[in-house]
Design a protein around this ligand. Structure first.
Ligand code: ATP
Ligand code: SKM
Ligand code: MG
Length: 199
């Protein structure tokens, strides 16, 4: 169905990109890659340590280099870092594949991330405000995805996976129909070259 085209999962910290990406990859017979994990393995440092010792700008450079490397390959489900949408350059890689936004309400994220100490951009003294601020900055960027999956408080990971698979199938079918329609149009109205000898 996908012909090797990569799937990119985008969205805020804690939306479930890593959790959903693994079963999604199994379903399509794809390999799962997580850009955060890739960076941690390549540098031998945790994301928190990279932020603390080298700063966010260096982390973002590593993130873009990682995205470039994995985008050169096919048959991947790629869980991206929550901030991947921030750099325009990253979109040229994301657009190589199908981009899926996992859209989860702030209240749900707040619950999931309450006890998480591994995300350097989270301030636990006012987690809710912090998440709202980040989301305000990024919402319009996430919305550029090809597919938006709205996840409710009660949705299990398995339900989200099944809904995502169905949405990908729909998107592929729409693309197939559009291609077929364009092919028919091309056959009906052949492109005519201008003949300079005819007035
Ligand atoms: N549908 C779900 N229902 C309940 N819990 C979930 C669901 N999806 C993910 N979780 C839980 O939420 C937490 C965050 O999920 P995960 O680490 O997959 O998010 P992420 O998008 O990869 O975050 P990050 O951008 O920080 O890497 C995990 O503890 C995970 O088990
Ligand atoms: O939302 C973000 O900017 C981040 C999300 C995480 O996945 C990591 O990539 C890092 O903590 C930054
Ligand atoms: Mg993750």
């Amino acid at each position: 169905m996908l012909n090797g085209v990569n799937l990119y999962l985008i969205g805020m910290m804690g939306v479930g990109k890593t959790t959903i990406g693994q079963p999604l990859a199994r379903h399509f017979g794809y390999q799962f890659v997580d850009t955060d994990h890739f960076i941690e393995r390549a540098t031998g440092q945790s994301i928190s340590t990279i932020f603390a010792q080298s700063g966010e700008a260096i982390f973002r450079q590593l993130e873009t280099a990682t995205l470039a490397e994995v985008s050169a390959r096919t048959c991947k489900v790629i869980a991206t870092g929550g901030g991947i949408v921030l750099k325009r350059e990253n979109w040229s890689f994301l657009r190589h594949g199908v981009i899926i936004w996992l859209d989860v309400p702030v209240e749900v994220l707040q619950n999931r991330l309450r006890h998480d100490a591994n995300r350097p951009l989270l301030h636990h003294d006012d987690l809710r405000e912090n998440l709202i601020e980040l989301l305000n900055e990024r919402q319009a960027l996430y919305a550029q995805a090809d597919i938006r999956i709205r996840v409710a408080q009660t949705d299990t990971a398995e339900q989200v996976v099944q809904r995502t698979i169905a949405a990908i199938a729909d998107a592929c079918e729409q693309k197939r129909q559009l291609d077929q329609h364009l092919e028919r149009l091309n056959a009906e109205v052949p492109f005519q070259l201008h003949d300079p000898n005819k007035n």
